[in-house]
Design a protein around this ligand. Sequence first.
Ligand code: C2E
Ligand code: MG
Ligand code: MG
Ligand code: MG
Length: 280
Amino acid sequence: AAKQAGRGSVREYDYNFDTSIQDRFRMEQEIRLALDRNEFFLEYQPIMCTRTHRLTGYEALVRWQHPERGRIPPDQFIGVAEECGLIAELGEWVVRRACADAACWSNGLSVSVNVSPLQFATSDLPAVITAAVRDAGLDPARLDIEITENTLLQQGRQNMEILRSLRNLGAGVVMDDFGTGYSSLSYLRDFQFDKVKIDRSFIRDMLQQPHSAAIVDAILSLGKGLGIDIVAEGIETSEQLAYLEKRCCTLVQGYFIGRPGREIAEAPSESVLESLREAV
Ligand code: C2E
Ligand code: MG
Ligand code: MG
Ligand code: MG
């Protein structure tokens, strides 16, 4: 719980706090119930383009509104859902909800959905996504799928086939949290990702730590060389935004640009636009 203490007013119960078998078992049952009772919901965090100063889309982030424990963040239940075999069902709910919501957005912007390693390995993702976009009536070009390096660590040859099928469906494929997993540049060589997201730990430290700045710069130039859009996540200050803007990082995301919320933001706030104008 201490780790999350900075998040403010929202009461969050820490399931990692007590990990006895009984508690895990109880949580499994609760996740099952929560799916039936519709206790999960999505928040959307805006992603902005530093060239056009417009929003380009939103990342869908799952939350659990527990009847007694209040709001539980994903880090505390995705792992349990994976362990107890409910991640496919939860993941499919997320994909379907995100597609249905995006289909209703009149601005036509895109939605980015996270897929966990086990979900990637155990569910037929191309089939799930095909059905979800069809049922929602969503143009698949408006859907991005985010996976992490660790997802690709797991199985091997089949991975590329899944990624190619997602691409053939028309969805974008995004490498999330780049630089923190078992980073392998061969992933970037073997598959043309649409976007790579620099992990927020590098963004957080880059103005104080030359090593983090060097890594951010290297990922940006890698993106340029490979023709991949780079997304910087976790931007919390106008200084961080100015730094990235100056280095031609086209896509940015973070509390400074916009917090995740149930309603989508229609445009960047005036203070964000102002700090972009000052950066020029
Ligand atoms: P992620 O995909 O890297 O998502 C970004 C996380 O960073 C989100 O945390 C978001 O709220 C947070 N964030 C965004 N901007 C800032 C910032 O400026 N400062 C700080 N400190 N944090 C920021 P969240 O929502 O708690 O999600 C954590 C992780 O849980 C996600 O990391 C993702 O790996 C996973 N997750 C979230 N939703 C889903 C989902 O629907 N399915 C799966 N499989 N995983 C999910
Ligand atoms: Mg993500
Ligand atoms: Mg991330
Ligand atoms: Mg993550």
